[in-house]
Design a binder for this molecule. Structure first.
Ligand SMILES: Nc1ncnc2c1ncn2[C@@H]1O[C@H](COP(=O)(O)OP(=O)(O)OP(=O)(O)O)[C@@H](O)[C@H]1O
Ligand SMILES: [Mg+2]
Length: 261
């Protein structure tokens, strides 16, 4: 039974996509069949994995039931990691009605019922907004991983995101727990990074992931070459960060019905 984790924050540039790509890659390298779903029309997760953009967004036909999701999936250079890509080509915008229709529930059920050799972890890379696509992700997800950039105003942005999760829980009438808060773009030599990290840990001692993601330009380089960091430079600080984050996520306990314990 797959665990479905949305990687979401309405703040732009906080490391959602970098986290989605590299967490997915290390989860797959640890032997867990993983699917990265690119829900962002910027299609950065797709290009960061070296996956070519399809001419049309695969989402509308999957959600209206005219195309099985398995037909739209592309394998990647990491074995056990596949990608459901997004496209930067002009395409039908996903409306609130499509995001909330029956199709989303059915897609979630398909993933949840998949056998382990088909699918164990689904990561959803969200766009930087609280619009229909993030709404869809929260409807599909078992839990939410929120990247928190170690910068001024981090807590304000976080509060807004947590309110959106609360609203989604009410409207979908089920718990959507936090997979965790992950501190991103952490520079050990910068004082504000430590201040933000301490504040986030003080307010969310249980929820904050132990591993901070270090600021490392190699991560940006790897994405620009269409490669996850485990292939591009596995000895870099960025690789170390995501390897440890993947271990932490995989150590989380889940219930028998496949939700966060
Ligand atoms: N740990 C890091 N060290 C250095 N650069 C990073 C790190 N994480 C992300 N970046 C770079 O910062 C930029 C923003 O990161 P990313 O695209 O992952 O954020 P995002 O939250 O997905 O952005 P958007 O909101 O636009 O979708 C990218 O250029 C990325 O390569
Ligand atoms: Mg992104």
């Amino acid at each position: 039974m797959a665990r479905i984790i949305a990687i979401a924050s309405q703040k732009g540039g906080v490391g959602k996509t970098t986290t989605a790509i590299n967490l997915a890659a290390y989860v797959a390298k640890a032997g867990h069949r993983c699917l990265l779903v690119d829900l962002d029309p910027q299609a950065n997760a797709s290009s960061g994995l070296g996956v070519e953009a399809p001419p049309h967004s695969p989402l509308p036909p999957i959600l209206d039931g005219s195309m099985p999701w398995t037909q739209m999936v592309t394998e990647t250079t990491v074995s056990a990691l596949s990608c459901l890509p997004s496209t930067t080509h002009p395409t039908i915008p996903l409306t609130q009605a499509m995001a909330r229709g029956q199709g989303a529930g059915q897609l979630r059920e398909c993933w949840k019922q998949a056998e382990n050799d088909q699918l164990e972890v689904v990561l959803l890379d969200c766009p930087p907004s609280l619009g229909p696509l993030t709404d869809l992700a929260l409807q599909l997800a078992d839990s939410v991983l929120v990247p928190v950039q170690c910068e001024y105003f981090a807590m304000e942005g976080l509060a807004q995101m947590l309110e959106a999760v609360q609203r989604a829980q009410q409207s979908h009438q089920r718990e959507i727990p936090l997979e965790g808060l992950v501190l991103t773009l952490f520079s050990p030599e910068v004082e504000i990074c430590h201040e933000v990290a301490e504040e986030v840990r003080r307010y969310f001692p249980q929820e904050t992931m132990q591993t901070p993601i270090l600021r490392d330009p190699t991560l940006a380089e790897a994405s620009s070459h269409g490669q996850p960091i485990c292939n591009y430079d596995p000895r870099s600080a960025g690789a170390w960060s995501y390897l440890n984050l993947a271990k932490e996520v995989l150590e989380h306990e889940w219930t028998e019905t496949g939700t966060r314990a």
